[in-house]
Design a protein around this ligand. Structure first.
Ligand code: GLU
Length: 303
């Protein structure tokens, strides 16, 4: 293997809420190949910040699946559940600058607010200028305004008006856990991640993440959001849609299917090739420009 020498740092950041399914394999393959094609580093982080959604043994299962496919990551494996001090420090920075404020609103009180693009409720700013009399802070939110633009390597130019979309968003939840938006930004910044390649289900979170990086005085990475794998009904593969574990397939076949899904064009003669040969072909032929932006249905064996 060539030793990674360029400044590129990519990562794969699975949530241990189940086994690796075809959709997450696509994100792993895309982020890995983009890093290796740039002679970059590829980091691995287990996103277990949302402890109630973490399934016992899922992280170990994901690591075993990645090993079966022949993925090799650089540096130490990072667990979000061990990084609370770093998230705490980031929140303290935001509080000290007056950028974060406590919010007393309950989910029920916000239920009539319009939906943001990611399905959360747009925050009407109730606690922005102080808690209403007699109420106590539950969550912490950051003030979000302005327009965020970025050029996604797969999905093209994205423009989000933060106030019109989700409004002030949560960085520490009412249950005391740090929100995904804060954890991911702090982790990527601390690891020096330069390129985020992940599934397009996170496209709508990206403006908030760029905004939060700005508030923390950190540069934003480049982004590429890969098309989502769906079942025949157009639903994203997930635990809820009972997506199958990729382990049900020989890794060669699943890897070739992921490459085709990503618009790469592996030659037929690789169908019976060993895994190492498929990886070699994939690294030397990787083209992010060939990745389709539209979501695609996958063969029934994968869901
Ligand atoms: N943990 C997230 C997931 O499994 C990915 C987060 C990211 O790549 O930023 O969907």
């Amino acid at each position: 293997m060539t030793s990674p020498t360029s400044g590129y740092i990519g990562r794969f950041a699975p949530s241990p809420s189940g086994s690796l399914h075809f959709g997450s394999l696509v994100a792993a393959v895309g982020s890995f190949l983009d890093a290796r094609a740039h002679e970059g580093r590829w980091l691995l982080r287990i996103e277990d910040v949302d402890t109630p959604r973490t399934v016992a043994g899922a992280a170990e299962g994901i690591l075993a699946t990645l090993a079966r496919f022949g993925f090799e990551w650089d540096g130490e494996l990072v667990w979000q559940s061990r990084r609370t001090a770093a998230y705490e420090a980031a929140l303290d920075t935001l509080k000290a600058a007056g950028l974060a404020y406590p919010c007393a609103c309950t989910r029920r009180e916000l239920a009539d607010q319009p939906l943001a693009r990611d399905g959360s409720r747009r925050y009407p700013g109730t606690c922005r200028h102080g808690l209403p009399p007699g109420r106590e802070g539950r969550a912490w939110r950051v003030r979000a305004e302005g327009v965020i633009r970025f050029d996604d390597a797969v999905q093209g130019e994205q423009v989000t008006d933060l106030a019109a979309d989700a409004g002030d968003y949560v960085v520490r939840r009412a249950d005391g856990l740090f929100a995904y938006q804060l954890a991911v930004v702090v982790d990527d910044a601390d690891a020096g991640v330069t390129h985020v390649v992940r599934g397009a289900d996170l496209l709508d979170s990206t403006a908030r993440q760029i905004h939060l990086l700005g508030l923390l005085g950190k540069p934003a990475p480049a982004y590429a959001h890969l098309p989502l794998a769906t079942n025949a009904a157009g639903e994203k593969l997930s635990k809820q849609t009972l997506a199958r574990a990729v382990d049900e397939h020989p890794p060669q076949a699943a890897l070739l299917a992921a490459l085709r899904f990503l618009g790469q064009n592996p030659p037929d003669m690789l169908a019976r090739a060993p895994l190492a040969e498929i990886w070699q072909w994939a690294q030397s032929h990787w083209s992010i420009a060939a990745v389709p932006h539209r979501h695609q249905a996958v063969a029934s064996g994968f869901f």
